[in-house]
Design a protein around this ligand. Sequence first.
Ligand SMILES: NC(=O)c1ccc[n+]([C@@H]2O[C@H](COP(=O)([O-])OP(=O)(O)OC[C@H]3O[C@@H](n4cnc5c(N)ncnc54)[C@H](OP(=O)(O)O)[C@@H]3O)[C@@H](O)[C@H]2O)c1
Length: 292
Amino acid sequence: MSPPTVKLNDGTQIPAIGFGTGTALFGRDAENSVKRAIECGFTHLDGAQAYDNEDSLGAGMKAAGKPRSELYIVTKLKQGFGAAQVKPSLVESLRKLDLDFVDLFLIHSPRPLKPEDGTLQDLWQAMEAVHAEGLAKSIGVSNFTVDDLKAILPGAKIIPSVNQVEIHPYVWKAVEPIVTYGRENGNITPVSYGGLTPLVRAAGGPVDQVLPPIVERLTKTLGKPVTPAQVLSKWVTHKGAIIVTTSSKEARIKEYLEAFQVPDLTAQEIQAIDDAGAKLHKRIFMRHVFGE
Ligand SMILES: NC(=O)c1ccc[n+]([C@@H]2O[C@H](COP(=O)([O-])OP(=O)(O)OC[C@H]3O[C@@H](n4cnc5c(N)ncnc54)[C@H](OP(=O)(O)O)[C@@H]3O)[C@@H](O)[C@H]2O)c1
C-alpha cells in the first residue's frame, strides 16, 4: 500500500515517508536497498550528492521498474558548494540518477560556506534558477536554523518547500522553534531524519519508559502488534513532519510503511513522549551547524 502524501507550499505532493540512502548507506552501493524499498511500497527516495551513491540510487529505481511519474526523488547540494556549483552539480546528479529532473532539491547544509562562494542568499537564488529551468520541481533546505531561514526569506522569490532536520523526542525542544518559525513564515514543511534515535542511538533513555503502555493500547486498538518504532513514527507525523528513514531489512521496511495504519496517538500520549524527551538532549547529526 502506498503511503499518504502531503501538500507542500508550492502545491506539489510529497509522500509522507521516504527511504534514505545516507547514514547506513552513506558512500555505499544502494541499488538493492532502493529496489527492495520500492518493491515494498516506498516511492519517495532521499539521496544526496554527499552520499556518493546517486548512480546506485538511479540503478535501484530502474531495477524496481516503477514508472518515473510514481516516484519522488530527492537529492541535496553537497555541503560546502557555493552558488556557482548549484547548477553544474545538479546536472551531474541528474546524469548519475539518469533523470531529467528531481522532485526536490535541497541545500544540504547552510555551513560550511566560504565567503568567496557568496552568501546564503546567493545560494538560494541559484536554487531558484534551477527550479525555473525545471531541473528541480521543488526546492528546499536542510539543517537550517531560524537565523539561516531569516537570511534567505526576505529576498526569496520562492519560499523553501521543506526544511529537513533531525527530529525526535531528544531534540524536540531545540528543533521546535525552527519548525514553528518555518510554518509561520511561508508554511515550510519539516522533514524529519534520525526519528528512531530513542530506540537506535539512545536506548535506555527516558522515552523508553513511556512507549510500552502506548504500544499496548495501540496493539489492542489495531488488533495486531504495533512496535515502538511505529509509535515514534506516529509521534513525528503528529508533529507535522515528513519522515525519512532507512533499513537494511525487508521486515522493517514494511513495518515503517505500516505505521500509517496505526491509530493516532492521544494528546496525553504525545505529551508523555514530549515530556520524557525533554529530560535528555541528544543530537546525533550536524553538530557543526547546531552545536550541541
Ligand atoms: N539532511 C541530513 O543532514 C541528513 C542527516 C541524516 C540522515 N538523513 C537522511 O535520513 C535517512 C534516515 O536517517 P536515519 O538512519 O537517521 O533514520 P532512522 O529512522 O532514525 O534510523 C534508521 C536506522 O534504524 C535502524 N533501526 C530501525 N528500527 C530499529 C530497531 N527496532 N532496533 C534497532 N535498529 C533499528 C535501521 O537499521 P536496520 O538496517 O537494522 O533496520 C536503520 O539503520 C538517511 O539515510 C538520509 O537519507 C539526512
